[in-house]
Design a protein around this ligand. Structure first.
Ligand code: GDP
Ligand code: IMO
Ligand code: MG
Length: 425
């Protein structure tokens, strides 16, 4: 087993960062394949917290190489800031260990501007306002600026001018100002100087590592229910977050992927708008938010919280082809007198176990209730150390989703995990 995809199986923030960091004890190359600085992946090592946005979560392992794939959208200013921030905190050779795909598209100031202006309107969907949607729009309408263009000042000027001309009517209609081409190029020049030495062929780097038999980890961002094709459209992000996105987002064939590890919380959260059938607006929802520190790692927004939705998780298992599941934050459920799992929905007077495409907002969850447990779990390192009620809960999840649970998260720290099987084994 050499190539493993780690993919979010819910609405993001499942704990991908922690699991990737845990797995990179084995992986020598970690590659991000989708999204941009809308991601916030938290790593807690030796009690110290680090949040990465664009750089893969393997960066804290001093020997791992990190690739930013062409499926990503890169804000040059955020990337340079992130490199410098990690370096200041003592992470070794960050710049030297990074490869930025020449084909990755850039997020430029007009993308951020448009995202912010749209979010100020009634039709807002609650984006992270990092320019993600507009940057992917430019890519799809073939007006994007790619990282490779940073090498060519004349071409860069033409591309930025053309894109700004195309965005001008939109900016004006939204009541915004049109940024100047000169100002953008001036800011971009020093960032380009920093980033051009990192440019390379991500597809070749990942391919070569796999061919050499190195353990390779492909790190997802966002989650299945935020995927542009498979998520709760239109309340989604603009990239292919699912496991299949790893193949296109890095330029490798699907035949090169050996294992897909899905990450889900033991409950459910969502940031931003959109349907959420199991959402809790009571004291239990508040328990999950407070005990689980459910506040966005990018925007600081309080995350919406609710019970684990098993039909949605089974759907994620299917569209990603999950081989195994990491269930994080089981410790957060400690202290509740009762816990519940959603096992279906009531919709238009009938029951269904399938995630509805177009009526999720009117689906009422069918809940199965379980006895809770009071014991803290943070020190558990094996299944036998978990309370009987917690084991019954896990068994029901694995049975419904029909995917083995191989990692259980019992705390934010790298070590606070029960690992039942190594995805690289
Ligand atoms: P990501 O975007 O999927 O990487 O997830 P985030 O980092 O945005 O959010 C997950 C949060 O849960 C972070 O604060 C992690 O430190 C924390 N976390 C991850 N796994 C666990 C766990 O098993 N237990 C607890 N209590 N916290 C966890
Ligand atoms: P990680 O990788 C949680 C959500 C936003 C919004 C929608 C669209 O940390 O799990 P966008 O800015 O992408 O256009 O916003 O997607 N969203 C996330 N929610 N975790 C994320 O990333 C997210 N990235 C985007 O809140 O609802
Ligand atoms: Mg996150």
């Amino acid at each position: 087993m050499t190539c493993v995809v780690v993919v979010g199986a819910q609405w993001g923030d499942e704990g991908k960062g922690k699991v990737v960091d845990l797995c990179t004890e084995r992986a020598s190359l970690v590659a991000r394949y989708a999204g941009g600085p809308n991601a916030g992946h938290t790593l807690v090592v030796g009690g110290e917290k680090t949040i990465v946005r664009l750089i893969p979560s393997g960066v804290l392992r001093p020997d791992s190489r990190c690739v930013l794939g062409q499926g990503m959208v890169i804000d040059p200013a955020v990337l340079v800031d992130e490199i410098d921030g990690l370096t200041r905190r003592g992470v070794e050779r960050v710049q030297e260990r990074l490869l930025l795909s020449e084909r990755a598209h850039l997020i430029l100031p007009y993308h951020v501007l448009v995202d912010g202006l749209r979010e100020a309107r009634a039709s807002a969907i609650g984006t992270t306002k990092k320019g993600i949607g507009p940057a992917y729009e430019d890519k799809a309408r073939r007006l994007g600026v790619r990282a490779a263009d940073l090498r060519h000042p004349k071409r860069l000027r033409d591309l930025v001018s053309t894109a700004i001309a195309a965005w001008t009517p939109v900016l004006l209609a939204l009541g915004g100002e049109v940024p100047s081409v000169e100002a953008i190029l001036e800011t971009l020049a020093p960032l380009g100087d920093r980033l051009t030495p990192l440019l390379g062929d991500a597809s070749r780097a990942v391919h070569d590592a796999i061919q050499a038999g190195e353990p390779v980890l492909l790190e997802g961002a966002q989650g299945t229910l935020l995927d542009i094709d498979h998520g709760t459209y239109p309340f989604v992000t603009s990239s292919s977050a699912v496991a299949g996105g790893a193949a296109t987002g890095l330029g490798i064939g699907p035949t090169r992927i050996d294992h897909v590890l899905g990450i889900a919380k033991a409950y459910l959260t969502r940031v931003g708008g959109g349907p959420f059938p199991t959402e809790l607006s009571d004291a239990t929802g508040e328990h999950l938010r407070t005990v689980g520190h459910e506040f966005g790692s990018v925007t600081g927004r309080p995350r919406r919280t609710g019970w684990l939705d098993l039909p949605a998780l089974r759907y994620a298992a299917r569209v990603n082809g999950l081989d195994s599941l990491a269930l994080t934050k089981l410790d957060v459920l400690s202290g509740l007198s009762e816990v519940a799992l959603c096992v279906g929905y009531e919709l238009n007077g009938a029951r269904t176990k399938e995630l509805p495409v177009d009526e999720l907002d009117s689906a009422k969850p069918v809940l199965e209730r379980f006895a809770g447990w009071q014991e803290p779990l943070e020190h558990a390192r094996s299944i036998s150390e978990l309370p009987r009620a917690a084991r019954a809960y896990l068994d029901r999840v694995a049975e419904f989703v029909d995917v083995p649970i191989t990692v259980i998260g019992v705390g934010p720290g790298r070590e606070a995990s029960i690992v039942l099987a190594d995805p690289f084994a």
